[in-house]
Unconditional design. Sequence first.
Length: 313
Amino acid sequence: MATLLLTHPSFIKHDTGPGHPERPDRMRAIDKVLAHEVFRDLKREEAPLREDVREHIERVHPVAYFQKIRESAEHIDHLSHLDPDTVISPGSWEAALRAVGAGLSAVDAVVEGRAANAFCQVRPPGHHAETSVAMGFCLFSNAAIAAHYARAKHRAERVAIVDFDVHHGNGTQEIFWSDRDLFYGSTHQMPLFPGTGALGETGVGNIWNAPLRAGDGGERFREAFESRILPALHNFGPDLLVISAGFDAHQADPLGNLRLVEADYMWVTERLADMAKRHAGGRIVSMLEGGYDLTALAKSVAVHVKTLMDVGA
Ligand SMILES: [Zn+2]
């Protein structure tokens, strides 16, 4: 079965202003690498603007927050800062809705057996957005919304999000904090933005943080997965696995100080696919988070998506 790729030109219209690392060129760099013939068997669909998107966003974010983000985007004719890092522009609203929509439609496709797994090439990213706080370049919690949707729409019982972005997904953690049927596992550099993600932050036994130190590379990263994240994920036994796939732990990335290389992304994708096969019929929805060195981002996404294609074939 094919791997599904969901993306849309509107993601380029989410303007974050000059010099911002979370920039439209990230999409162009990924578009270019995924145009290679190695990826000809990808099933490609547009990240949709769904009529039910608001209903599913509001499973995670309060109505007032949804309205605040919409009004921020609609009532400006230039860039507006929600916080020093998080910028909204007239093009951001459609992009934000389609980023969420990509996750929802990816869940539909893998649960209904129309794709082996899926990668959502989206921006803005989502894992820093808390229930009522936009931060860290994130507006809506794309991955957590997809997880809640899988339960509400498809009656998934247990959904896991595994996050290998260099930053801790404080938003996902906050949203999942007290729900035993949702699992959040994260490797991330610490200390680093946003400051959360300590080992002792465990929710109701469903949060598994594995902080890494500046300078750590593939060996420590793999050890964190093998000793902590993967055993916990195995015990949890998800029936859907969502990946918060950030590629800013790459050694070339300007925002982090970890030293991962493309081979580490292949390794972690394979390990997560093994776990998804054991528990979840192979069902994986991977959603792009960070990754700010364009060359490293493009190469890492290529390795991640190719591995998803190989494990799904
Ligand atoms: Zn990040």
